[in-house]
Design a protein. Structure first.
Length: 224
């Protein structure tokens, strides 16, 4: 699973270069965030009729069919397993037509027994400041006056050494496949995820301060 991630100080200009973006930059604050948790806002890249654009979205997908007050949504939808996303009631509509890219610099996992868990930061060996993982997005109204966007991060079985830290990992993509994911047909998505070699990732122990979501700052990813 991926329940917490970080984003280093990456400008929209950097993302434009990496993803060949179109459209205006989001008006919401952006930049670094070293302890992003579910329900918080974070940037995603989506395909539109005019090209690829960045939007701010809620982490934790709210499906388009949900019209009750947001406080009544109790499902945990910040991760979608690649094995069941096509059939899950929460994800199957987005799986058909709304793939996205979640923009981050790395994520956190924990190992060890309850009460003494060791946090780890995981990132790419190179180009770690600006990379993307596979996701799904949707728009819902719930109890809001206007439609709002939300997203989930695809997960898959960990491999190539990453299973030492956790049995699951995000949907990692080769950079040359970012646009392919956004334009992909559902039946092609598993092949895109399998193409990434997870041994291109690195992971290191970090301090336990990251366990408190209110803690922020670059020191959270310092190796200990």
């Amino acid at each position: 699973m991926c329940g917490r991630f970080f984003r280093e100080d990456v400008s929209w200009h950097n993302y434009r270069d990496a993803l060949d973006l179109t459209g205006d930059d989001p008006e919401e604050p952006h930049g670094e965030a070293y302890n992003v948790a579910p329900t918080q806002q974070s940037p995603i890249a989506v395909q539109t009729e005019d090209g690829v654009e960045i939007r701010m979205a809620r982490w934790g997908l709210i499906p388009r069919f949900f019209h009750k007050p947001l406080s009544e949504w109790k499902a945990s939808t910040f991760n979608a397993r690649i094995e069941s996303a096509a059939t899950s009631a929460s994800y199957r509509a987005a799986w058909k037509d709304r793939p996205c890219l979640a923009l981050l610099s790395g994520w956190y996992e924990w190992t060890g027994p309850k009460g003494a868990k060791q946090p780890w930061a995981i990132s790419m060996e190179t180009n770690h400041r600006c990379f993307a993982v596979a996701g799904l997005w949707d728009s819902a109204k719930a109890d809001q006056e206007d439609l709002f966007d939300s997203f989930t991060i695809i997960t898959q079985p960990a491999r190539d050494g990453l299973e030492e830290v956790h049995s699951r990992m995000p949907g990692l993509l080769r950079p040359e496949h970012y646009r392919d994911w956004l334009l992909s047909k559902p039946e092609d998505r598993s092949d895109l995820l399998r193409a990434f070699e997870a041994n291109r990732m690195r992971w290191w122990k970090v301090g336990k301060a990251v366990g408190n979501v209110s803690n922020q700052g670059r020191s959270l990813i310092d190796q200990v």
